[in-house]
Ligand binder design. Structure first.
Ligand code: NAD
Ligand code: TDX
Length: 332
């Protein structure tokens, strides 16, 4: 695992993974990223130039992907359109990148016999009732709700089929909601943090009772590195850190951090088809591969993330006005 091709490595979780690799391994990395609205080169600033190279290109372009894959020991495939709300507005890029792009990656790793790790989401399993004692496991049937999660489910099925039909050397992981540095401010936690920094009120979709299972992006990275090195080919691993919180609880925690009253938020229009609750049982990854999350205390991890957004206003401020204008147009 010396030479890694990381697709989507300029986005939120992909860039966290590249930072993780530089800090904890000797790997050399090529990032293949289209640099969509969701990413910036700055997320990779300060990394050693002799170990990290950025190629700007589209994962759905076989002429770009094929020769790059041939030069690497493994592909870690993060690139995707990732925001549920955008997929409700225009599903087309989600089908193109998440399904067609994954198909192009699969054909290249098949041709060149290169190892693949495919990054996916717990949203492929649909949602749970608030009081359901069960959590998602590797055996939970697929039941995606949104165009985004359906496109990710489609990509997972393609990977599994390429393993079984063509002997592609691949693993899959489905992770819960990530938080941490370099997350685009369209997403829930950084949106609320930056709203409060700008003196406005956080915005909860609907009642705020929806539950997400939060994991720090650094723990997602350590899990992926563990699977790449110790995972069994053809297997799927669920990644989660027992971080279930309602959206209301998260907003109140952010307000508390800033010393603001805990009811100082607005309810805004709900998301169409809004999944109620996600929850991950990550026992397979822990018992079979020995992985443990480092950020066990969500409130501590959230506090550090708030501080990161306070200290990196140059990074997120260019996207803020357009992001909020798009939400305002939808009453959100
Ligand atoms: P992100 O939107 O921040 O980053 C996605 C990256 O992919 C961006 O850098 C973007 O430029 C790039 N990209 C998009 N289309 C591309 C294309 N056609 N060719 C090349 N690059 C392209 O998303 P993220 O939150 O970092 O998610 C990364 C991966 O992790 C996705 O596969 C997502 O489904 C998965 N995931 C995310 C979460 C989460 O909480 N954010 C949880 C579980 C799984
Ligand atoms: O302003 C907001 N107010 C609000 O209440 C926003 C932006 C969101 N929400 C709610 C919707 C969700 O219940 O917060 C929750 C989290 O929303 P998002 O950050 O949009 O994440 P989610 O839809 O849960 O999906 C995320 O986790 C799984 C990632 O964006 C996906 O890429 C990943 O697969």
């Amino acid at each position: 695992m010396d030479r890694l091709l990381v697709t989507g490595g300029a986005g939120f979780i992909g860039s966290n993974f590249v930072h993780y690799l530089m800090a904890h391994t000797d790997a050399r990395v090529t990032v293949l990223d289209k640099l969509t609205y969701a990413s910036t080169k700055e997320s990779l600033e300060g990394l050693p130039e002799d170990r990290v190279k950025l190629v700007v290109g589209d994962i759905a372009d076989a002429a770009v992907v094929d020769p790059l894959v041939a030069e690497h020991d493994a592909v870690v495939h993060y690139a995707a359109e990732s925001h549920n709300d955008n997929s409700l507005h225009d599903p087309s890029p989600f089908i193109q990148t998440n399904i067609m792009g994954t198909f192009v990656i699969l054909e290249a790793v098949r041709k060149h016999g290169v190892r693949l790790h495919h990054i996916s989401t717990d949203e492929v399993y649909g949602d749970l009732e608030l009081d359901d004692p069960k959590r998602f496991t590797e055996d939970t049937p697929y039941n995606p709700s949104s165009p985004y999660s359906a496109s990710k489910a489609g990509s997972d099925h393609l990977v599994r089929a390429w393993v079984r039909s063509f002997g592609v050397q691949a693993t899959v992981s489905n992770c819960s909601n990530n938080y941490g540095p370099w997350q685009h401010i369209e997403k829930f936690i950084p949106r609320q943090i930056t709203e409060v920094i700008d003196g406005r009120r956080p915005k909860l979709y609907g009642s705020g009772e929806n539950v997400r299972d939060w994991i720090h992006a650094d723990d997602h990275s350590s899990a992926v590195w563990t699977i790449l090195n110790k995972g069994a080919i053809g297997e799927t691993y669920l990644i989660g850190a027992d971080g279930e919180r309602s959206n209301l609880e998260v907003v109140q925690q952010i307000l508390k951090h800033f010393g603001r009253p805990e009811d100082d938020f607005d309810h805004v229009n709900d998301r169409a088809g809004h999944d109620l609750r996600y929850a991950i049982e990550s026992g397979k990854l822990r018992s079979e591969l020995g992985w443990e999350p480092k950020f066990q205390d969500f409130e501590d991890g959230l506090g550090r993330t708030i501080e990161w957004y306070q200290e990196h206003q140059d990074w997120w401020r260019p996207a803020k006005d357009a992001t909020e204008a798009a939400y305002a147009a939808k009453g959100q």
